[in-house]
Design a protein around this ligand. Structure first.
Ligand SMILES: C[S@@+](CC[C@H](N)C(=O)[O-])C[C@H]1O[C@@H](n2cnc3c(N)ncnc32)[C@H](O)[C@@H]1O
Length: 295
C-alpha cells in the first residue's frame, strides 16, 4: 500500500513533469502535491509530517489520482478542485466565482500594517474588490476591535464572501456589500482601505498560463495598462480615509506603469517577509484631490 509520503512524492513528480503552472496558493510541485494528497485523504494540515507514514486506502488513492488527472488535463487550479484555500492562517471556501486568494497583502495584515498605522486606533477597514473575502476576514481577525466593509461588484463573489464570513464566525464585524468600488460607501471614512483589485494589462492577460482562464476575468483584467481599477481607487481614496489612515493596494507587475502615471505620489513599497511584492502603502496625507487627474 502506498503511504501518504510516497503519494506526495509521486504526485510532485507527475505535476513537475506535466509542466502545470503553480501560482494559486502554492509555488512548487511538492507543496501542491501535499495539499492534494492531504485533501484527498481527509488529513488535517496540522498532522504535518507525522501523517507521511500512514498508508493510503484504495479509496483515497483513487481520489488522489482523479484530482491529479483533472489538475493536469484541465489545468484547473487545485483550490477549485478542493474548494478550499488557505490565507493568513485561515481556511476559506472558494469556487470559480472568486479569484483563488494569494495576495502578499496577507503578510502585511498579519503584522497589522506596522509601522504605517498604530493597530490600537484601527476601528474601520474597507476591503475593495473583496472576492472570497480573504483580506477582509484576515483583517477582521487581526483587528478584533474593527468593523470591516467587504465590497465587490460581483454578486457571485459576494455569495462566496458571505459564506466565508459565516464559516469563520465573523458576520457581526464583516459587512458584505455590493458596490462599484466606493459607490455604496459614500460618506464613510476608514482607517485602512485595502485592495487587491484587478491589475492585469491587456497584453499580459493573453500570456497568462491556462490555469488563470478558470478564474473570473473580472478579477484580473484592468484595461490596456492594468491600471483602470487602481486609478479609480487612487481618485476616491482621499474622500474615504480618516486622518492618519492608510491605503494599501496590490498592483503586481503594473508597478512600473503606476510609477510612470503617478510620478508625484509618495508610494511606500513594503518588503514582505513571506515573499511577493508589488504592494504599495500610501498615507492619507499623501493623497489628495489632485489624484483625480492621474493619467
Ligand atoms: C484580483 S480579485 C481579488 C479578490 C480578493 N481581494 C483576493 O485578494 O483574493 C479583484 C476583485 O475585484 C472585483 N472587482 C472588479 N471590478 C470591481 C468594481 N468595479 N467594483 C468592485 N469590485 C470589483 C472582482 O470581482 C474581484 O473579486
Amino acid at each position: 500500500m502506498e503511504t501518504v509520503g510516497a503519494a506526495i512524492a509521486r504526485c510532485a513528480r507527475v505535476l513537475g513533469r506535466a509542466g502545470v503552472h503553480f501560482g494559486h496558493g502554492t509555488d512548487n510541485a511538492r507543496d501542491e502535491a501535499a495539499e492534494l494528497v492531504f485533501f484527498a485523504a481527509g488529513i488535517a494540515h496540522k498532522a504535518g509530517a507525522r501523517a507521511y507514514l500512514r498508508p493510503l486506502s484504495l479509496r483515497h488513492r483513487r481520489r488522489v489520482d482523479e484530482l491529479l488527472q483533472r489538475r493536469m488535463t484541465e489545468r484547473v487550479p487545485l483550490a477549485y478542485l478542493t474548494r478550499r484555500a488557505f490565507f493568513a492562517g485561515l481556511e476559506l471556501y472558494v469556487d470559480e466565482r472568486v479569484l483563488v486568494p494569494r495576495s502578499p497583502i496577507a503578510g502585511l495584515v498579519q503584522r497589522r500594517f506596522h509601522p504605517w498605522i498604530g493597530a490600537r486606533r484601527v476601528r474601520r477597514i474597507l476591503d475593495l474588490g473583496t472576492g472570497s473575502g480573504a483580506i477582509a476576514m484576515a483583517c477582521a481577525r487581526s483587528f478584533p476591535r474593527a468593523a470591516v466593509d467587504a465590497v465587490d461588484i460581483s454578486a457571485g463573489a459576494l455569495a462566496v464572501c458571505r459564506r466565508n464570513a459565516r464559516k469563520l464566525g465573523l458576520t457581526a464585524r464583516v459587512a458584505v456589500l455590493r458596490s462599484d468600488y466606493f459607490d455604496a460607501v459614500r460618506g464613510r471614512r476608514y482607517d485602512i482601505i485595502v485592495s487587491n483589485p484587478p491589475y492585469v494589462g491587456r497584453a499580459e492577460i493573453r500570456r497568462l498560463p491556462r490555469e488563470y482562464r478558470h478564474e473570473p476575468k473580472l478579477g484580473l483584467a484592468a484595461g490596456a495598462d492594468g491600471l483602470d481599477a487602481v486609478r479609480v481607487i487612487l481618485a476616491g481614496a482621499h474622500r474615504h480615509l480618516s486622518d492618519g489612515g492608510i491605503l494599501v493596494v496590490e498592483v503586481g507587475n503594473s508597478e512600473r506603469a503606476l510609477l510612470r502615471s503617478f510620478p508625484h505620489l509618495r508610494f511606500i513599497w513594503p518588503h514582505i517577509d513571506m515573499g511577493g511584492g508589488g504592494v504599495f502603502v500610501l498615507r492619507a496625507q499623501d493623497l489628495g484631490a489632485n489624484l483625480e487627474i492621474g493619467q
